[in-house]
Design a protein. Sequence first.
Length: 266
Amino acid sequence: MKMSNKLIENLSAIREQAPLVHNITNFVVMNTTANALLAIGASPVMAHALHEVKDMVNIASALVINMGTLSEEWVESMIVAGEKARERKIPVVFDPVGAGATPYRTSSALRIIETCKPNIIRGNASEIMALVDQTMLTKGVDSSVAADVALESAKILASGNNCVVVISGEIDFITDGIKVESVGFGDQLMARVTGMGCTATAVLGAFAATNPNTFQAAVFGMMVMGITGECAASKSIGPGSMQMHFIDCLYSLSEIEIEKATCILQ
Ligand SMILES: Nc1ncnc2c1ncn2[C@@H]1O[C@H](COP(=O)(O)OP(=O)(O)OP(=O)(O)O)[C@@H](O)[C@H]1O
Ligand SMILES: Cc1ncsc1CCO
Ligand SMILES: [Mg+2]
């Protein structure tokens, strides 16, 4: 089967099954990531209370953990939810937002990885490097280096934790420690909208919920992010309209658009 057909099959599975994606995410992106998940055809729920996360994981098809606005109580909820997800064998996707910006973020990210054993870790280059080299500094939540600079760190992180690592940027890299895929779709306006990376992580949750091949789900999720980003940028005059068009393009993304975007890759 052609790669584009497999991607379309994975996207159709999301739209048909509407998997429940449980997000423990940050205050900045709760609304936009819920809208992105709805637009792609998944069913989002945001829930972080310690008293309910186990029960929510119990009915979910994937768990997305994002530490963008972390606090000690939230980290406890993330760990309890992650452990329950492992027990149920549903995919866990982790976004180490701002790892490397403060020691608390870096140590919390490492603790979450250790206990929740995520299937996919998605971050920008600085965040991924900070998880491997603790002297690396991240400028808040933004990367200060290009994605390819973090590739060796991503491989080490993936091999050491038996997971798939995604580095996002102008070019995205996906690795399981041995294989490496790159995704070149996307537009620079994406980096001017807050939470595009968090949206990518949530979208990966929807792909992983409906595709047992985690590596493939990660590649497809990033391809859809990039193709949608290009579609949205072509209709936008700046970050505000970009944010709106991104949701609309995700909703209407068609087989023809996917075929057209990927035909050069066959
Ligand atoms: N210059 C660029 N050209 C093309 N695509 C880009 C560019 N910068 C980012 N992207 C895309 O935007 C999305 C978000 O990636 P980015 O690396 O900016 O995440 P992030 O830094 O974690 O963002 P945030 O913390 O705001 O959520 C990815 O899908 C990525 O491919
Ligand atoms: C800006 C910002 N600060 C904490 S989380 C977040 C959303 C993008 O990562
Ligand atoms: Mg981020």
